[in-house]
Design a protein around this ligand. Structure first.
Ligand code: IFM
Length: 483
């Protein structure tokens, strides 16, 4: 039984319903640029995030990923931390510019060796590695040649995927091609709050298509080098879009954002076609002539699983004059919208509790999302490849970090996953975002998402109380009746 208050922020979970299926993966996730540092070591060259973060005014406080949390040197200790937490899986990303510095041509062996060592260490602790090939760190040389709006980038990505597949395929069974292509396309090329910081809506739609194409081509490249047992999927960050009212105008706003946030990816991935309403809605921005014959068949590859990243829902309406004000779409301040041809749509805050990102807490959105994908992709296993929350964590006088808000957040969202499983969703695992506090993109180090606190001066790791809570969940395979 689940009881929810009227702001949908508190879920009380009874003991008899909270045991997860046997074999459910209890994981945590990270991304290369957010944790590795060592940006000039062992042949690595700049990615678009090095360039962006070193451009004054792009990242809060002038923060960069130069050192990050020094995972490139501390990875053995970090794996030990994971083992202490009882994790059964770890999702990390490979830094493309560490492996193939110019984005084309031969690989750098030292880059591949780093990830082989990491994978071996994980396996020796019984932790299943899940490799993400692209978590936003495009080699700068490829951006200088046009970046994701250029078709060639999709081909370069497939080549890189084949290289990593060959190097790690004997020991890694789970592969994620892209992480959150929506962010790469629309925050990177339309609102410009993410690297490479361009503000061209037509380029964003081209980028979205070439990311889709890159996924399809990379999937084929991986299948040609990986053993048959390997699973290949993608991690999306769908918007759970809700209309402010049931008025036709607000429902149409919901339809349009659903197209730009979700169906621009699920259309070609799951159905082999872009939705006609998306093409019509964006006609004044682009004619979509960048979609070439054969592209949709290349993108529409069988998926072994779908990864879903969920943090908060979106509430939209047709803009009315009294609702003008700062943009509330949760992705950072910009004069430019991430949503091509949708400037007339307003975003609203759901009432109730928010995290330090100012993102409303609403676990019901996660249940809805999982059931939605169960219906859209019947028979395809689902993983929650990211979920978590930033809070303003501090070290107390005893040297400990108490984060009850995060425990409540996790409890609510794991309960929401359990609700979805009971309603028929085939959810196979959960990856908490994030293992460690880290570089939160345009917010720099100001937002702490980790289960493990990082003192950025000393790089000391301090597991928060949520880490102990999550370790207990992982060990017992279920949620406690109370916190
Ligand atoms: O930190 C990010 C991550 O890189 C991608 N998904 C959302 C997280 C929190 O903003």
């Amino acid at each position: 039984m689940t009881t929810t208050d009227n702001t949908s922020t508190t879920t009380v979970t009874a003991p008899h319903r909270t045991q997860f299926p046997t074999g459910f993966l209890w994981g945590a996730a990270t991304a290369a640029y957010q944790i590795e540092g060592a940006v000039r070591e062992d042949g690595r060259t700049p990615s678009i995030w090095d360039t962006f973060s070193h451009t004054p005014g792009k990242v809060e406080n002038g923060d960069t990923g130069d050192v990050a949390v020094d995972h490139y040197h501390r990875w053995r200790d970090d794996v030990r931390l994971m083992a202490d937490l009882g994790l059964t899986s770890y999702r990390f990303s490979v830094a493309w510019p560490r492996v193939q510095p110019t984005g084309r041509g031969p690989a750098v062996q030292r880059g591949l060796d780093f990830y082989r060592g990491l994978v071996d260490e994980l396996l020796s602790h019984g932790i299943k590695p899940v490799v993400t090939l692209y978590h936003w760190d495009l080699p700068q040389e490829l951006e200088s040649a046009g970046g994701w709006p250029e078709r060639d980038t999709a081909h370069r990505f497939a080549e890189y995927a084949g290289i990593v597949g060959e190097a790690l395929g004997d020991r890694v069974e789970s592969w994620v091609t892209l992480n959150e292509p929506w962010c790469s396309a629309f925050l990177g090329y339309s609102s410009g709050v993410h690297a490479p910081g361009r503000t061209d809506p037509a380029a964003a739609l081209r980028a979205a298509h070439h990311l889709n194409l890159g996924h399809g081509l990379a999937t084929q490249a991986l299948r040609s080098v990986l053993p048959a047992r390997a699973g290949i999927g993608i991690s999306l960050n769908p918007s759970v879009v809700r209309a402010l009212t049931e008025s036709p105008a607000d429902l149409d706003a919901k339809r349009r954002i659903d197209a730009l946030a979700n169906r621009v990816f699920t259309g070609p991935l799951l159905k082999g076609a872009y939705p006609q309403d998306l093409i019509d809605d964006t006609a004044r921005v682009t004619d979509w002539s960048f979609v070439q014959d054969g592209d949709l068949a290349s993108i529409h590859q069988p998926l072994d699983f779908i990864g879903l990243n969920y943090y908060t829902p979106a509430v939209v309406s047709a803009a009315r004059p009294d609702q003008d004000g700062p943009r509330l779409d949760g992705h950072g301040a910009s004069d430019h919208s991430p949503w091509p041809a949708a400037d007339d749509i307003a975003f609203h805050h759901a009432p109730g509790e928010v995290t330090a990102m100012n993102w409303p807490v609403d676990p019901t959105g996660l249940t809805d999302l999982l059931l939605d994908y169960t219906a859209q992709a019947p028979g395809v296993p689902l993983y929650v490849t990211e979920n978590g929350a930033a809070y303003d964590d501090v070290v107390d006088a005893d040297g400990r970090v108490h984060d009850p808000d995060r425990i409540r957040y996790l409890h609510g969202h794991l309960g929401a996953i359990h609700d979805a499983i009971r309603a028929g969703a085939d959810v196979r695992g959960y990856f908490l975002w994030s293992l460690l506090d880290n570089f939160e993109w345009a917010y720099g180090y100001g937002k702490r998402f980790g289960a493990v606190y990082v003192d950025y001066e000393t790089q000391a790791r301090i597991p928060k109380s949520s880490a102990a809570w999550y370790a207990q969940v992982a060990r017992t395979g279920g949620l406690p009746a109370t916190d």
